[in-house]
Design a protein around this ligand. Structure first.
Ligand code: NAD
Ligand code: TDX
Length: 340
């Protein structure tokens, strides 16, 4: 543990109406009710103000706007003493179809936020992804660590890598007070239905057949979104400036086995799904070595039983159809147009 501990009074959470941003806001308001939170969110197709529903509002404000808007960002950063950037375009399939918004929000948006933080001396935390490191083979004993080279594969992950490099350069050249977290695949409530686990759950609720890409053997290292939030807070308050910390809960699974667990929860046969064409450039495997975060900051995941977390997530989608119904229709139309 480090002796210095930074407790912010007012955090600007960019992208706080998305899956991870809204979970982080819920975490901060619950665990640190004295901390004021401003959410800045453009409310893209992936942002939903309902994701903040039920969070006590006394210390919480939503500003609808774009992280690329330098004037707005400057004003909001001036009011805060910390910025956590969860705002991004986040879906690989969309990035293959049209990379433009990924360049805008992920690269230009990050530049706008960090430059505002630089000018005002405000602490910045960058929420990034393990995908910047590319892929591992199925039999590689290595897991990603903070010293691995960046080898992004997709338009999405290349823009995330670009944004990480901007943060690192601003930290070194201008002394930006910054940290970066690189997390593995998240699951849990409020995840957009375009992503693997919610897509399959909601298709099964609708009586449809899930869609599995390629040979189904691609491996992801799953972490519950609550554990991601506790890691981000730990890094923001205790992390060493200029450092990157990888976040993962040691839960590698291939897509076929996750899908079969979901099928079984619905009482469906294990082969009751469609094989569909593979994602171009599809990364084979991600795996995280989170020992730096555990050793230096004392972080540990709480949701260590992936099957139990998956079961709770299925129950959440069963109970919250009103939250996903419209997005499901739009998402499946988009997938059909993209040929998935
Ligand atoms: P999400 O797509 O659910 O939410 C993104 C949010 O950002 C939305 O509310 C959207 O409206 C907002 N946004 C997008 N562009 C914006 C802009 N220009 N200005 C303001 N707001 C904008 O994404 P998520 O899954 O919550 O991911 C959040 C962050 O975590 C991203 O940086 C992503 O790369 C990273 N990450 C995600 C995962 C995962 O498994 N979901 C894993 C590791 C890292
Ligand atoms: O219908 C599907 N069928 C399928 O087989 C979908 C949507 C996905 N897949 C496969 C592709 C991947 O191997 O499932 C795996 C997970 O896919 P996604 O949910 O799209 O996630 P991934 O591409 O791994 O990226 C996610 O984790 C890292 C997030 O979307 C990123 O934002 C994060 O950085």
């Amino acid at each position: 543990m480090f002796e210095t501990c930074f407790i912010p009074r007012h955090v600007l959470v960019a992208g706080g109406c998305g899956f991870i941003g809204s979970n982080l806001v819920r975490y901060i308001v619950r665990e640190h009710p004295d901390v004021a939170v401003t959410v800045l969110d453009k409310l893209t197709y992936a942002g939903n103000p309902e994701n903040l529903s039920g969070i006590p509002g006394e210390n919480l404000r939503l500003v609808v706007g774009d992280i690329c808007d330098a004037e707005l960002v400057g004003r909001l950063v001036a009011e805060a003493d910390a910025v956590v950037n969860c705002a991004a375009e986040t879906h690989n399939d969309n990035s293959i179809n049209d990379p433009t918004p990924f360049l805008d929000s992920n690269v230009r948006g990050t530049f706008t936020l960090i430059d505002a933080c630089r000018l005002r001396g405000v602490r910045y935390h960058h929420v990034s992804t393990d995908e910047v490191y590319g892929e591992l083979t199925l039999d590689d004993p290595h897991r990603f660590n903070e010293d691995d080279p960046y080898r992004p594969s997709s338009p999405y992950s290349s823009t995330k890598a670009a944004s990480d490099l901007l943060v690192r350069a601003w930290a070194r050249t201008y002394g930006l007070k910054a940290t970066i977290s690189g997390c593995s695949n998240n699951y849990g409530p409020y995840q957009h239905v375009e992503k693997f686990i919610p897509r399959q759950i909601t298709s099964l609720i609708d009586g449809e057949r899930p869609k599995l890409y390629g040979d189904g053997r691609n491996v992801r290292d799953w972490i519950h979104v609550d554990d991601h939030s506790s890691a981000v807070w730990g890094i923001l308050t205790l992390g060493r400036l200029g450092e990157t910390y990888l976040v993962g809960a040691g839960s590698e699974r291939n897509n076929l086995s996750v899908l079969r667990e979901i099928l079984s929860a619905f009482g469906r046969a294990e082969d009751d799904f469609d094989w569909v064409r593979d994602r171009p450039g599809h990364d084979r495997r991600y795996a995280i070595d989170a020992s730096k975060l555990i050793r230096e900051l004392g972080w540990k995941p709480v949701h260590v039983d992936f099957s139990a977390g998956l079961f709770d997530t299925i129950e959440w989608y069963r109970s919250n159809e009103g939250w996903w119904r419209v997005a499901k229709r739009e998402t499946e139309a988009r997938y059909a147009a993209m040929g998935f």
